[in-house]
Design a protein around this ligand. Structure first.
Ligand SMILES: NC(=O)c1ccc[n+]([C@@H]2O[C@H](COP(=O)([O-])OP(=O)(O)OC[C@H]3O[C@@H](n4cnc5c(N)ncnc54)[C@H](OP(=O)(O)O)[C@@H]3O)[C@@H](O)[C@H]2O)c1
Length: 277
């Protein structure tokens, strides 16, 4: 498995597993659990969830999937911005731990920026860390300016990541956020790396992928993780799709493939506000 090094030296897989909408349809439950477990077996042991996903249903399913295997998993969850006061963050984390049936979350993120002062949320994160309930914390959907504010206020020094929308059709972060993160070795987590499957219907992507004997999903994911420092968290609800997606790890992004993808999905030519899904 290709890996990414966190600032504290911890090594995590470059391709993990997303879980937005996982756990919402009881008919899919058994296969979703089997998929997460097989993902752990195959090294995609970073699992991303949030209190938001199915209002706890995703965390609950993840808890069931990782039962008995907690030490093999790097668990990521997120607090809603409106819960992110000092006391609210701690209470939300306790609820997540209960649903996840664990005593710790490896990486706890502020899902997006809200009304609560960042310093309050960070103080709660640090208190949770001290209590051993989270191992590290980070943010999500923070644009370059938000990150500057987090770091300048001297409260953000321990921030482990910024989880943002990044895929071939959403390359805005390459203008400023990504180079900045790379300059301080801060890993970025790329959410919706398949653009919620919409990319898979793109004719140009399909043509480039077919020319290399790989699928559009594999090429899209291989591109996201190719340059290092980026963790992709595609969501798949079946073992078949999981296997296909992990095939991305064997796909080489040659200079020719990169150039073809740049033509089809041009890099940004100016700063644009961070997009969110
Ligand atoms: N921090 C944030 O604000 C934020 C926002 C969005 C997402 N996220 C996280 O990032 C994860 C990934 O993003 P996402 O779920 O929005 O989108 P995504 O991973 O880009 O795409 C997921 C969609 O693609 C389908 N899919 C996956 N592999 C496929 C394949 N090989 N062939 C065909 N279809 C395939 C899935 O279908 P099936 O499920 O039916 O297999 C699902 O509909 C989320 O699950 C969540 O954990 C975070």
């Amino acid at each position: 498995m290709k890996t990414v090094r966190l600032l504290d030296g911890t090594i995590v897989p470059a391709i993990g597993q997303g879980t937005w909408t996982t756990g919402e349809d009881p008919r899919l439950r058994a296969e979703e659990i089997a998929t997460l477990r097989e993902g752990i077996d195959r090294g995609a042991s970073l699992i991303d969830t949030a209190e938001m996903y199915g209002e706890g249903a995703s965390e609950d399913l993840v808890g069931e999937a990782i039962a008995g295997r907690r030490d093999e998993v790097f668990l990521v969850s997120k607090v809603y911005p409106w819960n992110a006061s000092r006391a609210g963050t701690i209470a939300a984390c306790e609820r997540s731990l209960k649903r996840l049936r664990t005593d710790r979350i490896d990486l706890y993120l502020l899902h997006w920026r809200g009304e609560h002062p960042l310093a309050e949320t960070v103080a709660a994160f640090e208190a949770l860390k001290k209590a051993g309930k989270i191992r590290r914390w980070g943010v999500s959907n923070f644009d370059h300016g938000d990150m500057d504010e987090l770091m300048d206020g001297k409260v953000g020094g321990a921030c482990a990541t910024d989880q943002v929308l990044y895929n071939l059709s959403r390359r805005g972060i390459e203008w400023d956020l990504l180079p900045w993160a790379r300059s301080i070795n801060l890993p970025i987590m790329a959410y919706s790396p398949l653009e919620q499957a919409r990319l898979l219907f793109d004719r140009e992507l399909k043509t480039i992928a077919e020319g290399r004997g790989v699928t559009a999903a594999q090429l899209a994911l291989a591109w996201v993780v190719d340059r290092g420092g980026v963790i992709a968290i595609p969501k798949a609800s079946s073992r078949r799709r999981l296997a296909e997606n992990l095939g991305a790890l064997d796909v080489e992004i040659t200079p020719e493939v990169r150039a073809a993808l740049d033509l089809a999905f041009p890099p940004p030519h100016r700063a644009t506000p961070l997009e969110m899904l």
